[in-house]
Write a protein that binds this ligand. Structure first.
Ligand code: KMH
Ligand code: ZN
Length: 310
């Protein structure tokens, strides 16, 4: 009998959108990031998508020195695949953004597949008091953000990281990004199997609903045939519902406090692990089998946990 397909759970532990005021559960010190990442892996996440933060202020950081302390702890305590973000700043250059991935050569890193408005300024009105001075302007000021990912930027990132044999989590915020990726694949920039992360619900990108997910999937089928694997992250309230939907369409899933601070409508999550446990429980109830880290490595054709530089 054929083996049942496995579902990979990625957990995106802290990100660069939410700020400490928004939830006490959001990890931002080295210890908090390490502890929550390890607990998420224990709860069933086989991939950990990681950003760093300034340990004094909680502000998003792309300084490799802010990754090193938690990467080593995570490696000592779990076998989960580490995926380092290359999208942790909306103002830095592409070379600055890829510096952590270049330094630590993880098994995976993100690769944002097009430029877009990337805004979360709508959140600013919800808070009267802020824990840190930087937060209000960071959130409100995102109204003016362009997340720059030109073809030249993407090519530069791919070429700089090619010697590291890192597998990319291609962030697809809208349908045009699939065509960008197809163009670059045809140019030989990326090799199959590619891994698509459909990102739904970011203001500036495609909205979070099932029609849009089906459209993205159908377009990916048309462009990439059997050369791709895919996962869904939905921002905010749609996080778990769309992850579950994806799991029933043959896709993988991403949860974590980077993408939503909630465990159910109006209720803040206590931790990343709580979200992982919830999505795991639902999709296992529906008959899915969760991928172990080694199964995720096989599905995505990763280089192996012994090939990283941390
Ligand atoms: N924050 C997500 C919407 C990245 O890290 O490069 C997309 C993301 C991008 O995870
Ligand atoms: Zn991210």
């Amino acid at each position: 009998m054929a083996r049942k397909p496995r579902t990979i759970i990625t957990c995106a532990v802290t990100g660069a959108i939410h700020t400490p005021t928004m939830s006490d559960a959001l990890p931002w010190t080295y210890d908090q990031i390490a502890e929550q990442a390890i607990a998420a892996a224990e709860a069933g996440a086989s991939i950990l998508h990681l950003h760093a933060r300034n340990p004094e202020t909680g502000a998003p950081s792309i300084n490799p020195d802010d990754f090193a302390p938690f990467l080593s702890r995570i490696k000592q305590s779990t076998d989960a695949v580490v995926n380092i973000s290359t999208g942790g700043s909306l103002t830095a250059t592409i070379q600055q953004r890829i510096a952590p991935a270049k330094t630590f050569s993880p098994e995976m890193c993100s690769m944002n597949m097009g430029s877009l408005n990337f805004s979360f300024h709508g959140l600013a009105a919800r808070y009267k008091e802020w824990k840190f001075d930087w937060e209000k302007e960071y959130v409100a000021g995102s109204e003016g953000n362009i997340f720059r990912n030109t073809f030249k930027d993407i090519k530069e990132a791919a070429e700089t990281l090619a010697p590291e044999r890192v597998k990319f989590e291609h962030e697809i915020y809208d349908v045009g990004h699939l065509y960008n990726l197809k163009f670059m694949m045809d140019q030989g920039q990326f090799k199959a199997p590619i891994f698509l992360q459909f990102v739904l619900g970011i203001l500036g990108g495609i909205g979070a609903d099932i029609d849009n997910l089906v459209f993205l999937k159908r377009t990916a089928d048309k462009l990439f045939g059997d050369q791709y694997r895919w996962s869904v992250l939905a921002a905010g309230a749609a996080q778990i519902p769309l992850a579950v939907t994806a799991s029933q369409m043959g896709g993988h899933v991403r949860v974590g406090l980077e993408d939503s601070l909630f465990i159910s409508r109006g209720e803040l999550a206590e931790s990343n692990a709580q979200q992982v446990a919830k999505v795991r429980r639902i999709i296992e109830d529906l008959g899915n089998i969760i991928a172990t880290p080694d199964e995720a490595r096989e599905i995505l054709d990763l280089k192996g946990g012994d090939q990283v530089k941390f």
